[in-house]
Structures are given as C-alpha cells and as structure tokens.
Design a protein around this ligand. Structure first.
Ligand code: NAD
Ligand code: GLY
Length: 371
C-alpha cells in the first residue's frame, strides 16, 4: 500500500490535487508543469532541506524545462517572522517575477506557511506549490491554504487563506527526518482519529509504533487517510466558519504552550498540540463531557508515541496558569472575549464551545500544572 495515490481538494476554481507516494521528487517537474502557468518558478526552502533535497527537485524541474531560482532560509520556527517574510518578498521581487510565476515551498510547515503567505501577498497573489518534507507538513500544513507568520503577540496572527495549486507529499523524504520531528507530525495524525475517525484511531493504536519505526506502507496509509479527512473538511468549510474548527483540536492549549515556551526547541508545534489534546481530554472529563476511560485511552496512546501528555514535562515557571490563560485569550479564535475550545465527547467525537468560563480554565490549568 505504499504505492502512489492522489486526492483532490474540491474547491471549484481553487481546487487542487494532492499526490502522495514514494519517488515523487524525481517526477516533480512532470507533476508540477500542468499545474502552473509559467515555465519559471522560485523554490523556497531551508538550509537543512536544501542539503537533502534541493538538487533532486531542481534536476526534476530542469528535465521538465521549468527554469528556477532558489531561495534558502534558516531552518526553524524563528524564520516564520516579519523579518524573514520581508526579506523573502524583497528577494522574490528582485528576481523580476510576474504574476504567473509560481513559488515552490520545499520543506516543513515553517517554509510552507511562510512561502504561502508571501505567495498570498506578492503582486496581490501568486500561485504556489507545496512540496512538504516533514510528516507534520505532509498530513496537515501543506493542505488547506492556511498561511501565516508568528508575531511576538502569538502564533500565526498575521496571515491569509490562500490555497496552493498542487501538493506533492513524497514519503521518501520522511526517511531523513529526526525521530523527534517524526513524532511531532504523528501528533497531527492522531488528531484526525480523535476528532472524527475512531476506527483510524484504533488502527493507529495497532500500527503507530511500526509507522514511527519506518514502515513505509503504514506511513503512506496514515498520510493518505489523514489527508483524505483534511481534504474533505477543507472542501466543506474552507474559511473555518464551521466544521473546520474541529481541526484545531488541541491548538488553543497548544498555541498558548508554544507562546509560553518561546516558539522554540522546548516544545515543537506537534508536541504542543499533543499536550494540548491531552489537556482538552482532561478538561472535558473534569467537566463531565467525556468519560474518563476515553480520556485515559487517548492520553495513553499519545504518551506511548513518545509525545508529551502532561504539563509536568515543562519547567514550573512555564506552567503559570495566569500566563497560559493570557496566551489563550490572544488566540485568533477568541469570540467576545471567550476562548474557543474544541473539547472531546469520546474517541472520534469533539464539539466546539465558548462556554468554559475563564475562572474554570484558570482552576483547571492550576490543577494540571500542579501534578
Ligand atoms: P519545520 O518546518 O520547522 O521543520 C522541522 C525541522 O525539520 C526543520 O529544522 C527542518 O529543516 C527539518 N526538516 C524538514 N524536512 C526534513 C527532512 N525530510 N529531513 C530532515 N530534516 C527535515 O516544522 P514542521 O513541524 O514541519 O511545521 C511546523 C509549523 O507548521 C508551525 O509553524 C505550525 O504553526 C505550522 N502548521 C501550519 C498548519 C497550517 O494549516 N498551515 C498546520 C499545522 C502546523
Ligand atoms: N491545521 C488546522 C487547519 O488547517 O484547519
């Protein structure tokens, strides 16, 4: 089952294909050519990914007679900021591009989000192709058109919805991904099971260890299943006014944890989401919305995957409940001053609520941080 497969995000004129499989980088030129309007492109990547995969992509574009420029940025979340966004835009403009010149994002979610945002804004909108090379980007960030940069005030607070014209998820690239990054991406896979596919969650309980250890068939199946869910949800609610909100499960807590730990190596995005999902299960069980055995089952699998499942992984000074609540109140999803939470009812079922009072959240965070 590690053979190639394709999905479509059905968004009429903004719809696009997602190719998933092994060996796609070598065929990237032929796959990209029909999706773009210009035989000239700008590849944006980071230093780590450039060393591993830029030559392969460049050679594939050469074979398809697509001329290309290369822009190589530093790796890491710190690159998703105003300074790098400005530098990227100015470098692209200095190349003398036209509106039909596409950007190609080769890398993880950082490169994908930043390049997508540059594409959304340069010349009021360029096409872009996502070539995700992390598990997280393959199962989540490369699809759906959410582009953004971080600011000192919080995560992804400046951005735009701008769909790519094509996504190429070459699962061979996962072979070089550090184990910690792989686990962080796995958190987003677990999320799909927990929000709407209990059978997929059960499959992950049985096959997650093999997937993390390198089983190519398991990886391809999990990436395809995750993207099938994501493509369906995005097509039904592109702008996140309804169903798409469920994909933010774990993120209200997660983004606060990322902000509190400085968007760095203490907690990777996927790790913060894993911990955020566990906190959401604990809160939901405490409020009586979810059975304790379901909460325990979800947390057990997240911990077994080597992901953080309790606040005790953080130093005491990073668990301050008032500080965490302060970050949650700056989230994009705050409505009328109330934090929007995605809470579980069971394994595979969540609901959206603004009904949890700030004092309740504060008590909960204090109790969770004291454990
Ligand atoms: P990342 O882009 O920082 O990549 C992680 C690290 O892995 C980097 O150091 C990178 O250089 C390296 N790397 C990438 N591919 C590699 C490979 N194949 N082999 C070896 N090393 C490789 O992080 P990420 O986890 O991919 O993405 C996180 C970002 O994605 C966050 O900013 C998050 O907010 C964003 N995100 C966006 C969405 C969305 O819908 N747009 C969804 C989820 C997450
Ligand atoms: N990562 C959540 C979404 O794309 O909606």
């Amino acid at each position: 089952m590690s053979g190639e497969s394709a999905l479509r995000v059905a968004l009429d004129e903004r719809g696009y294909d997602i190719h998933i499989g092994a060996g796609l980088l070598a065929r990237a030129g032929d796959l990209i050519a029909p999706a773009i309007r210009h035989r000239r492109a700008v590849i944006v990547t980071d230093e780590t990914v450039a060393k591993l995969y830029l030559r392969q992509l460049a050679a594939a574009l050469d074979r398809a007679a697509i001329a290309h420029h290369e822009i190589i940025l530093p790796p890491g979340e710190g690159t998703k900021d105003f300074a790098h966004y400005a530098r990227l835009c100015e470098t692209v403009l200095a190349l003398g591009i036209e509106r039909a010149t596409p950007l190609i994002a080769l890398g993880g979610g950082v490169i994908g989000d930043l390049t997508g945002f540059a594409a959304a804004t340069l010349l009021r909108g360029l096409d872009y192709v996502q070539v995700p090379t992390t598990l997280l980007a393959q199962v989540d960030s490369a699809v759906g058109g959410k582009t953004a940069i971080d600011t000192p005030q919080g995560k992804n607070l400046v951005g735009a919805f701008h769909q790519p014209v094509l996504v190429l998820a070459d699962i061979d690239t996962l072979a070089t991904l550090p184990a910690r990054e792989l686990r962080a991406g796995y958190a987003e896979i677990v999320k799909y099971g927990l929000v709407r596919e209990p059978a997929f969650f059960a499959w992950l309980e049985a096959n997650g260890a093999a997937l993390l250890a390198g089983d190519a068939a398991a990886r391809a199946y999990a990436v395809r299943t995750s993207l099938g869910i994501k493509a369906h949800v995005v097509a039904s609610d592109e702008r996140e006014t309804g169903e798409r909100q469920i994909l933010n499960f774990g993120h209200s807590f997660g983004h606060a944890l990322e902000a509190e730990t400085g968007f760095g190596a203490t907690l990777l995005h996927g790790e913060a989401v894993a911990l955020g999902m566990c906190l959401a299960y604990d809160l939901s069980a405490r409020l009586g919305h979810c059975a304790v055995p379901d909460a325990d089952r979800a947390k057990r699998h997240i911990a077994a995957a080597g992901l953080p499942s309790t606040l005790s992984v953080l130093p005491a000074e990073r668990r301050d409940p008032a500080a965490l609540l302060g970050h949650m109140r700056k989230d994009k999803k705050v409505r009328g001053g109330r934090v929007t939470l995605i809470l579980p009812r069971a394994i595979g079922e969540v609901f959206v609520t603004q009904e949890v009072a700030p004092e309740t959240l504060l008590d909960f965070l204090a109790a969770a941080g004291a454990q």
